[in-house]
Design a protein around this ligand. Structure first.
Ligand SMILES: *Cc1c(COP(=O)(O)O)cnc(C)c1O
Length: 419
């Protein structure tokens, strides 16, 4: 069955993603099933998207209710869930006079942020024409977001990209400080870099960046597309002391959201903080047909309600700590960078080298990922030696236990295959 679907896939789908590893047919809670009936525990959640896991009753109920009431209306009109979601997000972000723009994806949220930065540049007489982004940053695949994305292999096939973007070394404040002056419209940063392997910055870095932006009047934009909506144990990473190094949140001028927000429904958001930044866009300057439609916003509201009512932020912290502590004690693992249920795992190759074992071609981590599938786990690799876990926020200690038991064998099998 799976083979049949994959064959048809290859005949009819653009080869954008390589060959998918499985065809999935069903999901429930933290589990999904493939077309051959095999069950997998989902430690990736559709890349940090399925915050409530699969087919969560609250999400199904909200979506069904909305679909049977009012599905799509265009932005010539508004709807109750759209306004309620904007109120809810600004409240959770702690800005009384902020504003939301809704899109359909992360990259679109960042396109809006890019245009916000340009608007800001124009509003200051056009002298602010620079945007600073970080090395190893990932902000999306459309042309604007791609211009902010570091990886050469993503960018080069599509050049020329929108200009004015300067990259500086990630986590190196002196390097950033050397570029920030009054020609800079905005600095865009993921508070923890997700696609780079869940990588944080040195203590105090984000605070220093905030201060430099204040000093030179540049906007600070946080891309919280992966880190937001409870992923790290707080609503947003900018509120997480383990990430900011401060009990006070490091409040950005704008923030982008997507992934976890819709719990699987496509939605993105640009949230601006304070009146001045929130008034940079005027009517007609940007737009979207689908963005913020009743289906997506009603579902997102259900995600936020469920996170709150079910105490999922506490669950993220508790299960996240347990998972990280347990992983650190396993053989074959060198280091775990853990922020709630968002973890980057560095595999240990020193012991392997000492035993004279060679590493699989293409990297050990991708091999561990495919071995894990055979064992019934969905995990992810962000590099040759780096694994990423981003399970649903509802996952329990009992549900992470089997992976902890099997992971050493999975790694050993992946190594054995290469030797
Ligand atoms: C996934 C991601 C994006 C892009 O979101 P899409 O919905 O895939 O367009 C942008 N920024 C960050 C930090 C992301 O993790």
């Amino acid at each position: 069955m799976t083979q049949n679907v994959l064959d048809r896939y290859q005949r009819t789908m653009t080869n954008m993603f390589g060959t998918p590893s499985r065809a999935l047919v069903k999901g429930e809670g933290v589990y999904v099933w493939d077309a051959d009936g095999n069950r997998y525990t989902d430690f990736l959640a559709g890349i940090a998207v399925n915050a409530l896991g699969h087919a969560h009753p609250a999400l199904v109920e909200a979506l069904t209710q909305q679909a049977t009431t009012l599905g799509h209306i265009s932005n010539l009109f508004t709807s109750l869930p759209q306004v309620a979601l904007a109120e809810r997000l600004t409240e959770l972000a702690g800005t009384a006079d902020g504003a939301c723009f809704f899109a359909n994806s992360g990259t679109e949220a960042n396109e809006a942020a890019f245009k916000l930065a340009r608007r800001y540049g124009h509003s200051t007489g056009g002298k602010r024409h620079k945007i600073i982004a970080l090395e190893n940053a990932f902000h999306g695949r459309t042309m604007g977001a791609l211009a902010l994305t570091w990886k050469q292999q993503y960018r080069e096939p599509f050049e020329p990209l929108p200009g004015g973007v300067t990259f500086v070394a990630a986590g190196d404040f002196a390097a950033l400080d050397a570029e920030v002056d009054d020609t800079v419209a905005a600095v865009i940063i993921e508070p923890v870099q997700g696609e780079a392997g869940v990588r944080n910055f040195p203590d105090g870095y984000l605070q220093q960046v905030r201060q430099a932006c204040d000093e030179y009047g540049a906007l600070l934009i946080f891309d919280e597309i992966q880190s937001g909506i409870g992923r790290t144990g707080t609503w947003f990473a900018f509120q997480n002391p383990a990430i900011t190094g401060s009990d006070e949140p490091i409040v950005p001028d704008a923030m982008t959201l997507a992934k976890g927000l819709g719990g699987g429904m496509p939605i993105g958001a640009l949230l601006t903080f304070g009146r001045e930044v929130s008034e940079l866009f005027t009517a007609g300057q940007h737009g979207t047909t689908f963005g913020g439609n009743p289906l997506a916003t009603a579902t997102a509201l259900a995600v936020l309600d469920t996170i709150e009512h079910d105490g999922l932020l506490e669950n993220v912290s508790a299960v996240g700590d347990y998972l990280a502590t347990s992983l650190r004690a396993l053989p074959g693992i060198k280091m775990v960078r853990a922020y709630g249920l968002w973890q980057g795992i560095e595999l240990d190759t020193e012991a392997l080298a000492q035993q004279g074992q060679s590493l699989p071609e293409g990297g050990l981590a991708p091999k561990v990922v495919s071995k894990a599938l055979e064992y019934g786990y969905i995990i992810n690799a962000t590099g040759e030696l780096t694994l990423r876990l981003a399970p649903p926020l509802i996952i329990t200690k009992d549900q992470v236990e089997p992976l902890l038991r099997d992971l050493p064998n999975i790694i050993a099998d992946a190594v054995a295959d290469a030797n």
